[in-house]
Design a protein around this ligand. Structure first.
Ligand code: DC
Length: 221
């Protein structure tokens, strides 16, 4: 049986940075499920479909073949044969991912792929519903969170470093809106699994968070 770590939490809690580093330390595969929702969102955008037209979104998603491969330890998302990693991290794609991810048929398609990956390899998988829905039997579950202002400041620093203009209060408002949407949707809302360990990263450095998770895994495995 493969060894699986499930990491869930709100946007900006540092899940991908931390999960990627823990994967390296523990020699696991890192599975970024947000990137899969983003790839499907990219396809919906390219097809010019209105996300409010649920029926059309479902029909369109039937034409998207999404697979994952690893290159130099990095996850590559392949959409109908094309490596789309370079297109996934935009606000437009993130917004569309947020709009289509509540649709049960969209989730079912990606959850199946996620479960197959986890069954075939020792992995750390991050998302919103990994511990509660995708991998309820994961050996270790972490719920990673941080205060919304701290998350907004991290995002602000990232955007400033890229030379992009931004407003801290606006970023905080966007983060809180996304938290609300992720936590209140009907299908697989974001919530802490009963057996997940809560890690609040508000006052921790990335290195401290990584250490903490590696230690938690040592206790649970
Ligand atoms: O973590 P992220 O920003 O890359 O996620 C993009 C969107 O996908 C976000 O709105 C939440 C959604 N998502 C989800 O519903 N379930 C997951 N397991 C991962 C992401």
């Amino acid at each position: 049986m493969s060894y699986n770590i499930a990491v869930d939490g709100p946007a900006g809690a540092g899940k991908s940075t931390i999960a990627r580093a823990v994967a390296k330390r523990m020699n696991l595969i890192y599975v970024d499920t947000g990137a899969m929702y983003r790839a499907l969102a990219l396809y919906v955008i390219r097809c010019g479909v209105d996300p409010a037209d649920t029926k059309k979104v479902i029909e369109t998603c039937g034409g998207a073949d999404i697979t994952i491969r690893y290159e130099g330890g990095e996850q590559v998302v392949v959409l109908n044969g094309e490596n789309v990693n370079g297109f996934l991290r935009t606000e437009e794609v993130g917004g569309m991912a947020s709009s289509i991810s509540p649709i049960p048929q969209v989730r079912a398609k990606l959850v199946e792929l996620q479960r197959r990956l986890a069954a075939g390899s020792d992995c750390i998988m991050d998302g919103r519903d990994i511990g509660t829905c995708v991998l309820p039997g994961a050996q270790t579950k972490i719920y990673l969170t941080a205060d919304s202002l701290v998350r907004a400041k991290r995002r602000y620093a990232e955007l400033c470093a890229r030379g992009e203009e931004c407003d801290l209060e606006q970023i905080r408002a966007d983060i809180e809106k996304r938290d609300y949407m992720d936590m209140h949707r009907e299908t697989s809302p974001l919530r802490q699994a009963e057996d997940a360990v809560l890690v609040d990263t508000s006052d921790m450095t990335p290195e401290e968070v990584i250490e903490r998770i590696v230690r938690i895994c040592g206790q649970g495995a």
